[in-house]
Design a protein around this ligand. Structure first.
Ligand code: PHE
Length: 560
């Protein structure tokens, strides 16, 4: 289910073009060689004694599913049981294991047996468990703390969710994603198997978090921070793993609730933002009120939501302004605008766009009034709630002036040493190594009505995946849920697996249909560049040939 909205497409296209202004092009990082234990030991070493343990350690927000039991239930064969036992006994980091035609993975200590839906790669598993948001001096954690500080305890409880393996149910079903929603497709999502996946958004924990609120009525809201995973294009603002934060605020049933929410609105700090609101009408079919809701209450909930997020954005903007040298600071207020949006789990829904330091309009976040069925299912009958989701990298890139998303995964001290907890400082590019681009051209296997990777981008549609929250709203199209000859994310995944972060971006540069045979040829340009060193010609040639080989073997393309 997707809406046809030209405006949404234009905005999404703008967002996809997002790059941070005023920063020179710099090389990328190569994060995947770091031992997976690095994250936790480093965090412990750096954490100050008064650092609070993350709530996750004391509060379990995951709907517990025992993967071993699930795997065992789905297989009667003794062979499978033996393989599963072997997986359990291995003392590995995250790893894919293949043996006698069976395959599976160990992810953060838990074994999973693959099935026909699995599409994990070892390069993606190497990034699981790094928990960048737990390192007090990492820009992701500094940004997280800044966002949390806008939603104060005890009204809001702050959570971080370490394990990214969630059920398909929690990530999609419970949130009302229709069966044919493009976000569910294997080209967009990393499936562990047909029941489990690497969460694609923090909303995967919404149901559990609302249940937690139902049992802890002294809290009225929460934030959740987590790493999320999406098969996506390769460029300077997209990486298959990124970080999101989600927040929600509930009000229980009470007499004259609209007046209560209005009072809460009056208590919100005032901001200097100049805001235009293009999303105030909830009476039509485009962005409707839910039938079970009282309109007065919804208007106040939407107002409280918008004020809360305007406050967040103004705090981020102010922190960024303060980190500029005084000569570069202007007193011009930031401009923001609210526009209508669509998410399967909220209605009405909104997106917030800002003019950042006079640049272009930038989509920052998605939000809305939570669907009543979701609250009821979690035991919050008669409550009303708003929720929002933001991509932390997008904020952090703006705040710190970080021009390439891969830098967040860098372990180079020249990157890490630049940041200190509680402080916003502008990133100083430390080196620039040469880029080396190579083209790969191939005929795709003929399949009737094969969708074009370009065609999907020109569809005037929106998927309920906020580009602001880190997705690429231009990517998904209904055609992607059908088997297609070739999907652009397939080549992205092959490149990622072969070359990791040694690739800065991959772009389609030519598309051509043979006039007589009707066969389609595509040409992609792969831009190789390392953050840490100059790549040799031999090395790049070797990587590029391997990309070609895998494209041939895995997708049956004919190289030209
Ligand atoms: N989960 C949404 C996304 O990833 C963002 C969102 C969260 C929207 C909560 C509305 C409410 O795009």
């Amino acid at each position: 289910m997707r809406l046809l909205k030209t405006g949404a497409f234009v905005r999404a296209a703008q967002a996809a073009k997002f790059s941070v202004p005023s920063c020179s092009r710099i090389p990328i990082s190569s994060p995947v060689t770091v031992p997976s234990r690095w994250a936790s030991s480093q965090a412990q070493a750096q954490a100050s004694p008064d650092e609070q343990p993350f709530p996750e350690q004391s509060v379990n927000l995951v709907n517990e599913v025992d993967p071993a039991k699930t795997a065992a239930a789905s297989s009667q064969s003794g062979d499978h049981a033996r393989f599963e036992k072997k997986l359990q006994e291995l003392d590995l980091g995250n790893e894919i294991i293949r043996e006698n035609g069976q395959s599976g993975a160990k992810i953060l200590g838990a074994p999973y047996i693959f099935d026909q839906t699995s599409n994990l790669s070892s390069s993606i598993l190497d990034l699981v468990g790094r928990n960048l948001y737990d390192h007090p001096d990492h820009p992701i954690c500094i940004t997280r703390k800044l966002i949390e500080s806008c939603f104060e305890e005890p009204t809001y409880k702050h959570f971080a969710m370490g394990n990214p393996v969630v059920t398909v149910r929690d990530n999609f079903d419970v949130l009302g994603f229709p069966a044919d929603h493009p976000g569910r497709s294997r080209t967009d999502t990393y499936y562990v198997n047909s029941t489990h996946l690497l969460r694609t958004h923090t909303s995967a924990h919404q149901n559990a978090a609302f249940q937690w609120l139902a049992n802890n009525p002294s809290s009225k809201g929460y934030t959740i921070c987590a790493d999320v995973y999406r098969r996506d294009s390769i460029d300077r603002s997209h990486f298959p793993v990124f970080h999101q934060m989600e927040g929600a605020r509930v009000w229980e049933a009470q007499r004259n609730r609209a007046a209560q929410i209005e009072r809460n609105c009056e208590e919100m700090p005032k901001t200097g933002l100049v805001v235009e609101d293009q999303a105030t009408d909830f009476t039509g079919t485009a962005n409707p009120l839910q039938p079970e809701h009282n309109p007065d209450e919804v208007y106040q909930v939407a107002r409280h939501l918008k004020l809360s997020l305007e406050y967040l954005v103004s705090r981020i903007f102010e922190a960024s302004r303060q980190s500029l040298p005084s000569a570069a600071r202007t007193d011009a207020p930031m401009q923001a605008r609210w526009i209508e949006a669509y998410f399967p789990f909220t209605s009405p829904s909104f997106e917030l766009e800002v003019l950042w330091h006079g640049g272009e309009w930038l989509e920052l976040l998605g939000c809305g009034v939570v669907k009543q069925g979701i609250l009821n299912k979690a035991g919050l009958n008669d409550h009303i709630s708003w929720a929002w989701g933001v991509g932390i990298e997008r904020f952090a890139m703006l705040l710190f002036g970080i021009p390439d998303i891969r830098l967040f995964w860098s372990t180079d001290p020249r990157f890490l040493k630049q940041f200190t907890r509680g402080k916003i400082t502008k990133f100083e590019p430390f080196s620039k190594y040469p880029a080396c681009y190579k083209d790969i051209a191939f005929w795709i296997k003929p399949v009737p009505s094969a969708s074009s990777p370009l065609g999907s981008q020109s569809a005037h549609t929106t998927s309920g995946v906020a580009a602001a929250a880190g997705g690429d709203a231009t990517k998904a199209s209904p055609a992607e849920t059908q088997p297609a000859a070739f999907h652009e994310n397939d080549i992205m995944e092959v490149v990622r697996d072969v070359a990791g972060s040694l690739v800065e971006d991959v772009k389609l540069v030519d598309e051509f249909v043979h006039p007589t045979t009707g066969r389609k040829s595509l040409c992609y340009r792969i831009n190789y560049r390392s953050l840490e060193r100059t790549l040799t010609n031999e090395e790049v040639n070797g990587l590029h040939e391997e990309v070609g080989r895998r494209m041939k073997d895995l997708f049956g393309v004919e190289l030209r």
